[in-house]
Design a protein around this ligand. Structure first.
Ligand SMILES: [Zn+2]
Length: 298
């Protein structure tokens, strides 16, 4: 069995996975101190009870996975922790082989394995939540990139005069479409603090300002998908995340996509795996990598 670990900005979770089923799942809070030693202790406590039954470990983590190290696009996500030797830490704790993925990349692979269209070769997964994460499947394979950055479509610029993003660029998709961006724009308009959930409640009550805020996000995602279609010939886009799965959101993305020429439109679908997407996707990817390595060795 594989231990799959999900490292997020607010929680850590780990589970034994057998035939895509989660067994003996465990959770803990992500340390907010930004100290590497605190994250090491938290990971050790999380996985030690699972080690006796496991033969390998795979991780889906926020941030960028670059040659075994976890680095941050936005260091605030891990309490200021900017560079962490994740692979060697887990190997030292467990004595097991360890594979690492970015969490959106892992979820993208999980969702790709769920697709009804088994002949789909090029898929984008976009998770619209606190930020905007993404992962790409190209020619049937998960794109990770030499330094782990591949697929971070949330940090592609849509508006060079747009708001500054947490990554340091201007007018990123994330700065226009994320739940954080929805809350900030709505708070400016309503002159009171609102989060994305509150904006959706107002939107469903028919408030025009809330609709405008949601539409800015949905239009940004539709434009991003048109760009990905032009760049990579994406056939299917799977939309997830708390904003992406909010009632009525996908319809607005679809509305803006239909305003683009047909050549730049993609098949839109809702994500199926929910909060387990990272764990399951990472485990499925590790199994597939193992199988292809065994195949190559024969
Ligand atoms: Zn950005």
């Amino acid at each position: 069995m594989i231990i799959a670990i999900d490292i997020g900005g607010t929680k850590l979770s780990a589970s034994l996975i057998s035939d895509s089923n989660l067994i003996d799942g465990r959770r803990a809070s992500t340390p907010k101190s930004g100290a590497a030693s605190d994250l090491i202790v938290a990971l050790e406590q999380l996985i030690t009870p699972l080690l006796s039954k496991a033969t390998s470990i795979v991780v889906a983590s926020t941030g960028i996975i670059n040659q075994g190290r976890l680095t941050a696009v936005n260091p605030d996500n891990l309490g200021g922790l900017n560079d962490f030797p994740l692979q060697s830490v887990l190997e030292n704790i467990s004595g097991l082989p360890v594979k690492l993925l970015n969490d959106a990349q892992a979820a993208a692979w999980g969702e790709y394995c769920q697709l009804a269209e088994k002949n789909c070769r090029n898929m984008a997964f976009i998770t619209v939540s606190t930020g905007v994460g993404a992962g790409l499947i190209i020619n049937g394979e998960l794109l990770t990139g030499m330094s782990g950055l591949a697929g971070h479509a949330g940090h592609m610029t849509l508006d060079v005069n747009g708001p500054t993003c947490g990554c340091g660029r201007s007018g990123c998709v994330e700065a226009l479409a994320s739940g954080t961006a929805i809350g900030q724009l709505a708070s400016d308009l309503y002159k009171t603090d609102l989060d994305a959930k509150a904006v959706f409640e107002r939107y469903h009550q028919g408030e025009q300002d809330a609709r405008m805020v949601i539409d800015r996000s949905a239009q940004a995602i539709a434009e991003l998908l048109g760009n990905l279609r032009a760049l990579l010939d994406i056939e299917v886009a799977v939309i997830g995340g708390s904003v992406g799965l909010a009632e009525g959101y996908l319809e607005r993305v679809h509305h803006f996509m239909e305003q683009q020429p047909p050549l730049f439109q993609v098949d839109l679908q809702l994500a199926q795996l929910g909060h387990e997407a990272g764990l399951k996707g990472a485990a499925l990817w590790a199994e597939q990598e193992q199988a292809s390595q065994e195949c190559a060795a024969q």
